[in-house]
Design a protein around this ligand. Structure first.
Ligand code: TPP
Ligand code: MG
Length: 668
């Protein structure tokens, strides 16, 4: 808590209206000082937020990570000043008034939009509209799942969301709302800032949606209130808490509430109110204090609220201390995977090197998951309706169903974006390691949330199968071309494209160990041979790329390939050597990002000084980084086609012969 709090004493009874006006004043002053930001939403939702925080939410600023705290998600992230004002008023240590005065400045905690990890108490990054509410669905699901395992004594909290018109217009909200309604996530309570305004003007410009009816149709408990009637808001929250379904509370509000001339107008959405309107607002709401000044009695009242959360936290700690589940709970929340997982993967690799198991890497992934999921119950699987294509379910994984959260497999439905956001929420909530599958091509559909996995550094594992023209007959609509480049261009995301069953197990291990980074496992539909000569305890994929085949003589050419094209590169190397006497090395490069992180002493000999040819059945973009000016690329130059996979490889000239021809052209 801020030290200032201790010195404060209540002077007179403070109304919740005064408390809300503190939010309004801080929001308009901070935006004015920054000359940037969004005052309208914090001013409009100040009353709802005040009721929520003063009467309901259990959080403890002195223990912001307490596992059984209520979660608060500001889905309408442009209203970040609402969150920062709340954090200052509640007394978060890292949110003194100076941070509000440095709103949106370099190095401040008060970033333009709330960023996870950037300030205490921010549960998820928001700003891309629709993400917050969809991430919250994952949090609310994780809460139910953790409660099913450890009991209501240890896990019993709500997830509260403030969402705007924008969040509800975004397509992802449809996926999320449907999923939450179906799964009866009763601890999820969403406030809709129903101000009927967005940037361009009234929402009637672009929508006629009956939002309450939409939520009802998805199985939600729905109420509509005047968002400035604090008692009505409180009563609605109480009713929502009792519901056995997720709840929408539609709060009819006035954007920029309190501003006498601009209130209700889109002009308050994303621009400072200006000195004259701010002065008029102060007058209008009876706020006779200087910019950034919150009188002691109001601040004291806000800080007292934290006492309720603290008491709840202390009581919970006592229950935890007495619980026979303490160790299991703490280990789950810490996300500690047992050593048994990695031992099982080591044994798995040894076994399949010996057996030379030839399977599709999607099948290899299923087999590796069988070992992983048997060794830990932290993993929670799922797929966007492609379970038997992605091969994401393993023996003994019960499905999660409405009112039954003891299982560990989520049928996310045909909702790639919603799945990705829900996995973010599950990872952020803690207690589980989520993985989920779809076709690689539909990474496009999941992209918005995948980007946030990376930005937030969450251990979310994407299982993306059918990874090239190798999927065959489904044709160019389903054949990813540019997706690897898009994913590789994303910072803080490991993109793994394993070449065989051994690399698949290695890449799974690396993904599980990447506690602060999401991973994408890019997997083949078609069978691929096992390529290792011998088992080694070392995880060779961990350095991102390694020499799979070194010629006896000094290299004349180096072939670099990933995934299903490593087999082609090996065949090309053999042809080059036997038919043309050209000493050829093959580098398998399952993960560019990890290779990039190696020092030059490792990278140089792997890449070699001979001309290099990259082989990948995907777009060239990015490969020049590895092949240099003198290299060549064998891959795709446009969209694929519908045909059996072997025909497509021949048609698009991604064959050992084509690679050998490219090599001959380069070096002869
Ligand atoms: C995915 C996405 N698209 C566009 C934007 C840009 N944007 C920020 S706020 C906003 C309008 C949101 O309207 P609403 O949620 O009603 O907010 P209000 O104006 O009521 O505060 C838009 C289009 C964004 N942040 N995210
Ligand atoms: Mg709006």
């Amino acid at each position: 808590m801020n030290s200032q709090a201790a010195a404060l004493k209540p002077v007179a009874a403070v109304s919740e209206r005064d408390m809300a006006n503190a939010i309004r004043a801080l929001a308009m002053d901070s935006v004015q000082k920054a000359n940037s930001g969004h005052p309208g939403m914090p001013m409009g939702m100040a009353d709802v937020a005040t009721v929520l925080f003063s009467r309901f939410i259990n959080i403890d600023p002195s223990a912001p990570h307490w596992p059984d705290r209520d979660r608060f998600v500001l889905s309408a992230g442009h209203g970040s000043m609402l969150q920062y004002a709340l954090h200052y008023l509640l007394g978060f240590d890292d949110m003194p008034i100076e941070e509000l005065q440095r709103f949106r400045q370099l190095g401040s905690r008060t970033a333009g939009h709330p960023e996870y990890g950037h300030a205490l108490g921010i549960e998820t990054t928001t700003g891309p509209l629709g993400q917050g509410i969809s991430t919250a669905v994952g949090m609310a699901l994780a809460e139910r799942m953790l409660a099913a395992r450890h009991g209501a004594d240890l896990v019993d909290h709500f997830t509260y969301v403030i969402a705007g018109d924008g969040c509800l217009q975004e397509g992802i909200s449809h996926e999320a709302i449907d999923l939450a309604g179906h799964l009866k996530l009763s601890r999820l309570i969403v406030f809709w800032d129903d101000n009927a305004i967005s940037i361009d003007g009234p929402t009637s410009l672009s929508t006629s949606m009956d939002q309450p009816a939409r939520f009802k149709a998805a199985g939600w408990h729905v109420q509509s209130v005047d968002g400035h009637d604090m008692e009505a808001v409180a009563a609605a929250i109480e009713a929502a808490q009792q519901s056995d379904r997720p709840s929408l509370i539609a709060c009819r509000t006035v954007i920029g509430k309190g501003a006498p001339n601009l209130g209700g107008s889109e002009k308050t959405h994303g621009a400072p109110l200006g000195d004259a309107e701010i002065a008029a607002t102060r007058e209008n709401i009876g706020w006779a204090y200087a910019p950034f000044e919150v009188p002691d009695d109001i601040l004291f009242t806000w800080r007292e609220i934290a006492g309720r959360g603290q008491a709840a936290r202390l009581a919970w700690e006592q229950r935890l201390a007495a619980s026979p589940r303490r160790e299991a709970f703490e280990s789950a929340v810490a996300g500690n995977l047992p050593d048994a997982v990695f031992e099982a993967l080591g044994a798995f690799r040894k076994e399949h090197v010996e057996k030379a198991t030839k399977v599709a890497t999607r099948k290899a992934s299923e087999m590796a998951l069988g070992a992983i999921n048997a060794a830990t119950d932290l993993t929670v699987g799922g797929s966007a309706d492609l379970t038997h294509s992605n091969l994401t379910i393993t023996k003994g994984m019960d499905r999660i169903a409405p009112d039954d959260y003891a299982g560990r497999y989520v049928h996310y439905g045909i909702r790639e974006h919603g799945m990705a956001a829900a996995m973010n929420g599950i990872a952020l909530h803690g207690g589980f390691v989520p993985y989920g599958g779809t076709f690689l091509c539909f990474a496009d559909y999941a992209r918005g949330a995948m980007r946030l996995s990376a930005l937030m550094g969450q251990r979310v594992i994407y299982v993306m199968t059918h990874d090239s023209i190798g999927l065959g007959e489904d044709g160019p609509t389903h054949q990813p071309i540019e997706h690897l480049a898009m994913l590789r261009a994303t910072p803080n995301l490991n993109v793994f494209r394993p070449a065989d069953i051994i690399e698949t197990a290695e890449c799974w291990e690396l993904a599980l160990r990447s506690e602060n980074r999401p991973s994408v496992l890019v997997l083949s539909r078609q069978n691929l041979p096992m390529l290792r000569q011998a088992h080694s305890d070392e995880n060779r994929s961990s350095r991102g790329a390694y020499v799979l085949r070194e010629p006896a003589e000094h290299r004349a050419v180096t072939l670099i390939a990933t995934g299903s094209e490593v087999e082609i590169a090996i065949a090309a190397a053999e042809r080059l050597e036997t038919e043309h006497g050209i000493a050829t090395a093959v580098v398998s490069m399952p993960c560019w990002e990890l290779f990039e992180e190696q020092d030059a002493n490792y990278r140089k000999p792997v890449l070699g000084s001979a001309p290099r040819i990259a082989v990948e059945a995907a777009a060239r973009l990015g490969w020049d980084r590895w092949i240099g000016d003198t290299g060549a690329f064998v891959g795709m130059a446009g969209f694929g086609a519908s045909a059996p996979a072997p025909d497509l490889y021949r048609h698009f000239d991604i064959t050992p012969e084509a690679v050998a021809a490219a090599a001959l052209k380069l070096i002869v």
